[in-house]
Design a protein around this ligand. Structure first.
Ligand code: CTP
Ligand code: MG
Length: 386
């Protein structure tokens, strides 16, 4: 089995991006661009070349599992050469050199490049045809350039490791914008494989928007609009059984041979869901908003708490997408009330019923719910914030 390793160059300053910091550390649909590029090669050993002084940004973007970085140079080709030198001690058979600025590279492209190398190519590069008519500026006018035969080169560009290291060493003084250009100076025969338009190089601010759209997290509004963000949060609550002939669960009155103890109506289902909603906007918990010491909430119907939390989410620009409640008890049986509970929650939250889920489980006689000392509920809510 031949061994392939990945070299990702991320030592640039990203000056054309219009961002304050280097573009590769900027978030792309919630994740640093560099991290997306590295994750695209999951399963292969990856080395990353970063710029001098970018160590803290790198650690922050990559987390604790980050491979030890190599420090790059002034030009892209210097960064590549330094990265290859750092890999030489434990040299792989093949190396794929990739730009951190192409975070959308697919497995199909990666495997096509490796496939060409394994068939014996001196190098392999994903190429895409040029569809637009090309013109070159000449002074104040433009001259149309024949498009015939022109294609665009992307990364990852793959090579036998020893050959590309030697080429970079021998041609360190030449000017080249990619590694195929260096390989050609060394007389290597580089093969083209089919590239993908989606493997775009994030260069300007508009490319960020396009990349996010391709990642499916852009809702189609005009370029530059703030990205919507999806958040989920959980809630949990438990109440003790006491004397009584009914309980309130998920806003529905359920006849039972016990009641539930609590300052309000003790609706553990709605309390868990209220906490979940508060969690999506980091707004504390139900006890902070409705202290049990406050006489106003004695015996209060819990839909008021849920309604309040939903109002806070809305005030933050949030839209509730979905919620799911699990009730944990031996008795009462929830099944007969499940649809009424979904409908009631949907009504309180102004949601379609299919965005509300209510489930139930016993704990097989174990624990406090199993001993029927009380019941518990957990919930998760998902909201979109814009
Ligand atoms: N790169 C590098 N070392 C350099 C210059 C660039 O490792 N001295 C990397 C970049 O981080 C990027 C890739 O090479 O992943 C392609 O370069 P480019 O897209 O031009 O990125 P930047 O040079 O960072 O951007 P700009 O040219 O806009 O400043
Ligand atoms: Mg550059």
């Amino acid at each position: 089995m031949s061994r392939t390793a990945i070299l990702i160059v991320a030592a640039g300053k990203g000056e054309r991006s219009g961002r304050a910091g280097p573009k590769q550390y900027e978030l792309l649909a919630g994740q640093p661009m560099l991290r997306r590029a590295v994750d695209a090669f999951a399963g292969w050993p990856v080395r990353v070349v970063i710029g001098p002084g970018q160590e803290a940004l790198y650690r922050q973007a990559m987390g604790s599992a980050a491979p030890h970085p190599v420090i790059g140079g002034a030009r892209r080709q210097d960064s590549v050469r330094l990265g290859l030198e750092a890999m030489a001690a434990d040299a792989p058979d093949y190396v794929l050199i990739h730009d951190a600025a192409r975070p959308l590279v697919s497995r199909i492209t990666i495997e096509a490049v490796i496939g060409a190398l394994e068939k014996g190519a001196d190098g392999a590069v994903p190429m895409v045809p040029v569809a637009d008519t090309l013109r070159r500026r000449e002074g104040k006018t433009w001259v149309t350039v024949p498009r015939e035969g022109l294609e665009r080169a992307q990364t990852p560009q793959g090579f036998p490791f020893a050959a590309i290291l030697k080429a970079h060493r021998d041609h360190a003084k030449a000017e080249a914008t990619d590694d195929v250009a260096i390989a050609e100076l060394a007389g290597l025969a580089v093969e083209a494989v089919t590239g993908e338009e989606t493997n775009l190089k994030v260069t300007t601010e508009k490319d960020f928007v396009l990349a996010e759209r391709l990642l499916g997290s852009f809702d189609g509004r005009s370029a530059g609009a703030t990205l919507p963000e999806t958040r989920s949060a959980m809630g949990y609550d438990a109440h003790r059984f006491t004397q009584g002939d009914h309980i309130w669960l998920c806003g529905v009155k359920v006849p039972h041979d016990h009641g539930l103890e609590g300052h309000s109506d003790a609706d553990a289902g709605l309390h868990a869901l209220t906490d979940a909603l508060l969690g999506t906007i980091g707004a504390g918990d139900i006890g902070q908003h409705f202290p049990p010491t406050d006489e106003r909430w004695r015996g209060a119907p819990s839909w008021k708490f849920l309604d309040h939390a939903a109002g806070l989410v809305k005030a933050k620009g949030g839209e509730i997408l979905h919620c799911d409640v699990t009730l944990i008890c031996e008795r009462p049986k929830i099944g007969p009330y499940r649809e009424a509970m979904r409908a009631r929650i949907a009504e309180i939250l102004l949601l379609a019923v299919d965005r509300v889920s209510v489930k139930a489980t016993t704990t097989e006689g174990m624990g406090y719910t199993g001993r029927r000392e009380g019941l518990a509920a957990q919930a998760i809510a998902t909201v979109r914030l814009t």
